[in-house]
Design a protein around this ligand. Structure first.
Ligand code: NOJ
Length: 737
């Protein structure tokens, strides 16, 4: 039977020695065009004409491995999509069942392959911290390729929800707070998965990242102008990169559940944007329309979702149960069902599922954790490390340090937890932090380790006294703390953003020893680090680096790798500052001298602790000669902006050159700063490089309250630098048309 493989077998079935040669045929995902696309439309229509209503509804029915899964529906053509299968043998069996069905329509097989399948890359927010789109694309490529090797052909990624509220546990799945940056990342991830051979699901459409109070699944209220300027651009970017499916969000948007939002799903997505793929609901979100208070029962929920534009029902089972009855009663036109089926079949044809060979379970293990994937995992983990603070050159660890105490259970994990993958499999971690450090520190340096806690997330002490004693006896303390277990990810919203459990108590005891403390954080979001910033010598931020994560941390701590990660989200000083983001609008009472009647807090600074785009290096970079190639450009023109960047430090390093603009006078208030471009460059010591950006004027506009986009004439100020505090300035004028 198809469910016979036990979970325990899954990891060993999939993990192979690194030297095995890959043998997987390339399966590039791309919308076909011209005659090929026309031929597909003909095939879709021919197939549709042969389908019974039950078979049509079957194409809209997505269910997952586990309790209640009804494998018999596959062979009867009543289930066109499955999810959460990871074992190649099981996938082969379900796909073969589909091929035995009357019309032999292959299954689309989905999984949250979000930041890895067998090889784990940093969490998506950590990948974003690399500010390296090419590397992010490669991580997605390997994730897709390994998933494909197991037989998966559809990933529920990329998540492109804008993340400005770190109380929301799912910020770890996104690319942070900036719309331009998130769009670049969304396109890179989409391209990568497609090269790897799996279809993408751009999600969650739309506004999920703005849930009120950061509480998961809560409502969102987003004005039209902000929806278009902030939340929609990364979706557009993913569709422009060829994304074939989208997932609707759990939340209600401005009072209408996203799962029943015809304005978004049909008028905007299909109408204005011309999207030809299909939209899947989120897990159970169609039946949840009852709880949202817009449907009295599942039949009405099914009807409302389908008519709004949800083509496929994930895990509610209500299309399967009720759509036929709704059609028979005349409440759902058959044409609406046909249109949804058409979209699903179109994607299956464009993906080439009818022609793809079935997965070869015997070949799959050799395609997992290959050297190519691990090389990218290591680079991504290295580049994702953000050096937030480094007093008096505490890092890299100096040869004069003769003894190091590594404290914290997180430094020695048993495996890499897969927070975003319902398959819930453990994944092999290549090295623990103490082992990786031992290998890299000069011979004779003593290195000791104490877990201090019973679990990674530090909810209770194992032996605090022993940890503090060991720390006090060492020259340098490396404390690896943060969020793990249930503290991050979906359904892990937090009202307090300190270190969970008893970790802060330990950190204070370590600081009290008087020995320098390097705080290494592995979290799913920016925490409030105000106390740590004031008391520890150095802070190294990681967003769970994956298979090679601890190795990468050791590389940075010992100076083998010069850190180059940058914050993709602002780090708040206190929860009360949230939402905190760099691209604030100006106010009529700006902060100038912090007198009472200014837009300030009376008990907190306005500025975040670490701004967007921030990250230190063991080198130092200077900027000079910001310039433009013309003083004025028409709305359809472009300006070349250039700046000279020098590595003024003593070692090679990578700098993320960031370009921000402001239009000080326009028809609506415009942000004080907006990122418009960035480039990561590696410079030798003493090297100066001219970095050039092409700024199309058409990209400098904004949407109004009716969603219309426009570019205003007038002055544009431009800043270049290594964070959102960039200081090197130039500018130009957008001429009247
Ligand atoms: C719910 C999550 O919101 C979604 O992102 C995910 O893809 C599905 N569960 C399937 O696991």
């Amino acid at each position: 039977m198809i469910l016979r493989l036990v979970a325990a077998c899954l990891l060993s079935c999939l993990t192979a020695p690194a030297f095995a040669p890959p043998v997987l045929a390339q399966q590039q995902v791309a919308w076909k065009s011209g005659a090929e696309a026309a031929a597909i439309e003909r095939r879709v229509e021919a197939l549709l004409a042969r389908m019974t209503l039950a078979e049509k509804i079957g194409q809209l029915h997505l269910t997952g491995r586990g309790d209640g899964f009804q494998p018999e529906l596959i062979a009867t053509g009543e289930m066109g999509a499955v999810m959460n299968f990871v074992a190649p043998q099981e996938i082969l069996e379900v796909q073969q069942a589909a091929r035995r069905s009357r019309l032999k329509i292959p299954l689309i097989i989905g999984l949250d392959a979000v930041h890895g399948f067998s090889t784990y890359f940093p969490l998506p927010l950590g990948q974003a911290a690399t500010w390296n789109p090419e590397l992010i694309e490669q991580a997605a490529y390997w994730t897709g390729r390994e998933a494909l090797a197991a037989g998966v052909n559809w990933t529920f990624a990329p998540m492109v929800d804008m993340s400005r509220d770190p109380r929301w546990g799912r910020v770890l799945e996104g690319a942070g707070e900036d719309a331009h940056f998130a769009s670049v990342v969304a396109a890179a991830r989409t391209r990568g998965y497609h090269r790897g051979g799996v279809a993408t699901t751009v999600k969650h459409f739309v506004g999920y990242g703005a849930v009120e109070g950061g509480r998961d699944y809560n409502s969102t209220w987003i004005p039209t102008s902000q929806l278009h300027d902030l939340h929609l651009p990364p979706f557009k970017a993913a569709f422009a990169a060829g994304a074939m499916t989208a997932m609707a969000a759990f939340n209600a948007l401005n009072g209408v559940p996203a799962t029943a939002h015809r304005g978004m799903l049909t008028d905007l997505l299909r109408g204005s944007w011309g999207f030809r793929g299909f939209v899947v609901s989120d897990f159970g979100s169609i039946t949840e329309l009852r709880l949202h208070g817009v449907a009295k029962d599942d039949a009405e929920a099914a009807r409302k979702a389908l008519l709004a534009g949800i083509d496929m029902d994930m895990m509610s089972g209500v299309y399967h149960k009720h759509l036929a009855g709704e059609v028979a009663a005349g409440r759902v036109p058959l044409a609406a069902v046909d249109e949804a089926v058409r979209r699903v079949l179109r994607v299956k044809f464009h993906l080439g599922l009818f022609e793809r060979p079935d997965v070869d379970p015997a070949a799959a293990p050799a395609l997992m954790q290959t050297q190519g994937a691990r090389d990218v995992a290591l680079r991504a983990a290295q580049e994702s490390v953000i050096l937030l603070k480094n007093d008096a050159g505490t890092l890299p660890i100096s040869p004069s340090v003769r003894s190091v105490a590594v404290i914290g259970a997180m430094a020695v994990p048993e495996d890499e937890r897969v927070w975003t993958d319902p398959a819930g499999l453990g994944r092999r971690i290549v090295q623990s932090l103490p082992d990786a450090l031992r290998e890299r520190l000069p011979a004779g340096t003593s290195l000791n380790y104490q877990a201090a806690f019973t679990k990674n997330c530090g909810t209770e002490f194992a032996d605090k006294a022993a940890a503090v004693r060991m720390a006090a006896a060492s020259d340098l303390i490396v404390a690896m703390l943060g969020e793990d277990c249930e503290f991050m990810g979906e359904a892990a919203s937090r009202a307090e953003l300190g270190l969970p459990g008893v970790q802060q108590e330990l950190l204070e005891a370590l600081v009290a020893t008087g020995k320098p403390v390097v705080l290494v954080l592995a979290t799913g979001r920016p925490l409030v680090l105000t106390w740590a910033d004031a008391h520890v010598a150095a802070i190294v931020q990681t967003f769970h680096g994956g298979t090679e994560g601890r190795t990468a941390i050791a590389d940075v701590l010992t100076g083998r790798v010069n850190p180059s990660g940058r914050t993709p989200m602002s780090f708040p000083r206190s929860v009360g500052q949230i939402p905190v983001h760099y691209d604030q609008l100006p106010t009529g009472r700006p902060q100038i001298i912090r007198q009472r009647y200014e837009s300030i807090y009376i008990d907190e600074k306005n500025e975040p602790l670490y701004p967007f785009g921030h990250g230190l290096s063991y080198s130092r970079f200077t900027y000079a000669n910001a310039r433009v190639d013309r003083q004025s450009a028409p709305p359809d023109g472009a300006v070349e902006v250039a700046v000279d960047v020098t590595n003024a430090g003593a070692r090679e390093g990578a700098e993320v050159v960031q370009l921000y603009i402001r239009q000080p006078v326009a028809s609506r208030s415009r942000p004080l700063r907006q990122l418009k471009d960035f480039r990561k460059v590696t410079l030798a010591p003493g090297e100066t490089r001219t970095v050039r950006f092409r700024l199309e004027v058409a990209r400098l506009g904004a949407h109004d309250d009716s969603g219309r986009y426009g570019v205003d004439p007038g002055e544009i100020r431009v800043w270049l630098g290594g964070s959102s505090l960039a200081a090197e300035q130039t500018g130009f004028v957008v001429a009247k048309p």
